[in-house]
Structure formats: structure tokens, C-alpha cells
Design a protein around this ligand. Structure first.
Ligand SMILES: Cc1cc2nc3c(=O)[nH]c(=O)nc-3n(C[C@H](O)[C@H](O)[C@H](O)COP(=O)(O)OP(=O)(O)OC[C@H]3O[C@@H](n4cnc5c(N)ncnc54)[C@H](O)[C@@H]3O)c2cc1C
Length: 156
């Protein structure tokens, strides 16, 4: 089975999901130690509470499936893990509530733009960059205006 690419894909996806989740937990633990104030890490904690049941569910489901009939029997732990993942999405408050907490905390760092377009609208950024680097752009234009293309030089 390890030689089958669709099995390999499930192994790769599971590894990435678990390791990404572990990093999120470690980063949040580091922030808790750093700030010593849970209010400053509410966003990160909510994100973990959203991510955990999904990683648990997805990896356990893949494991059950890859084990075939044995995987869905009570001789393996996977079916219990899948139902446990559903419990984890409710026991400390529903996933939806944690998502709302997360989104509200993220949005606290942003303010609406009073302009018609957002501040990161590309035409505006380009106009600002052209104004800021006007001298350099003029130098580059002058430089290339005075040069022949390699093809034209070869023909002469
Ligand atoms: C195994 C287990 C252990 C528990 N341990 C504890 C404990 O130690 N201490 C404790 O205080 N409580 C505990 N609980 C209770 C748990 O916190 C609640 O069950 C949970 O908060 C959901 O509340 P509820 O059951 O009333 O469902 P509801 O609040 O009615 O939610 C039902 C569903 O409605 C939807 N929903 C709810 N709110 C929103 C929203 N704002 N936006 C969108 N959709 C929403 C979600 O799909 C949700 O799953 C435990 C529960 C379980 C199952």
C-alpha cells in the first residue's frame, strides 16, 4: 500500500496537518509564556480550538479508511477517534463560536478605509511607487532609450 500514490497522498496530508497543528500549539504556548496574559492570546487559543477537532477528524478518518474493514471495526481505535473528534468540536463550546471569536479578534487589528478602494488596491500602490521612485524610473527609461536592442546591433 505504501507504494500507491493515493495512499502516499493521504500519508503526506496527514503528516502536514498534524505537524502544522503542533506548530500552532507551540507558537500559542510561546505567546502565553511571553505575554503572561490570556486575553492577548484569545485569538490563538480560539484558532487551536477550531483546528484541533478538524485535524483529529480528518487524520482518524483517513487512518480508518486505509485500514479497510478492519479500520471500521471495534478492533481498531479509529471509529472511536472519529466520534471523539465530533465531541471535541462541542465540549469546550461549538467550533462556530470559536471561529467567531477568532474572526472578531483578527478584525480588531483592522479599520475600514474611508476611500472607495482598499489601501492595498494595486493601482493605488503602483501610483504611490511610481511617485516615490520617479527619479530612478526616469534614469532607467533614459538608459534603455539610448540603447540598441542586441538584434538591431547584430544586423548592423
Ligand atoms: C463531553 C462533553 C464535555 C463537556 N464538558 C463541559 C465542562 O467541563 N464544562 C462546561 O461548562 N461544559 C461542558 N460541556 C458542555 C459544552 O460546553 C456544551 O455542550 C457546548 O458549549 C454546546 O452547547 P449546547 O450543547 O447547549 O449546544 P448549542 O449551544 O445549542 O449548540 C448546538 C449547535 O448549534 C450551533 N451553534 C451554537 N452556537 C452557534 C453560534 N454562535 N454560531 C453558529 N452556530 C452555533 C453549532 O452547530 C452547535 O454545535 C461538555 C459537553 C460535552 C459533550
Amino acid at each position: 500500500m505504501a507504494d500507491l500514490q493515493m495512499v502516499q497522498e493521504q500519508i503526506a496530508e496527514s503528516w502536514i496537518a498534524v505537524e502544522s497543528f503542533r506548530l500552532l500549539v507551540l507558537r500559542t504556548a510561546w505567546l502565553i509564556d511571553k505575554h503572561k496574559d490570556y486575553n492577548k492570546v484569545r485569538k490563538d487559543i480560539a484558532a487551536i480550538k477550531v483546528a484541533m477537532p478538524k485535524v483529529y477528524h480528518d487524520v482518524a478518518t483517513k487512518a480508518a479508511h486505509l485500514h479497510g474493514a478492519l479500520g471500521v471495526s471495534n478492533e481498531m481505535p479509529f471509529m472511536h477517534m472519529v466520534t471523539s473528534s465530533l465531541v471535541m468540536g462541542i465540549a469546550d463550546g461549538p467550533t462556530e463560536v470559536h471561529k467567531v471569536t477568532l474572526a472578531k479578534q483578527i478584525l480588531r487589528d483592522y479599520a475600514p478605509e474611508n476611500d472607495l478602494f482598499p489601501s492595498y488596491h494595486i493601482p493605488r500602490l503602483r501610483a504611490e511607487a511610481e511617485k516615490r521612485f520617479a527619479k530612478e524610473l526616469a534614469e532607467i527609461r533614459d538608459h534603455y532609450a539610448g540603447r540598441r536592442s542586441p538584434a538591431a546591433a547584430e544586423q548592423e
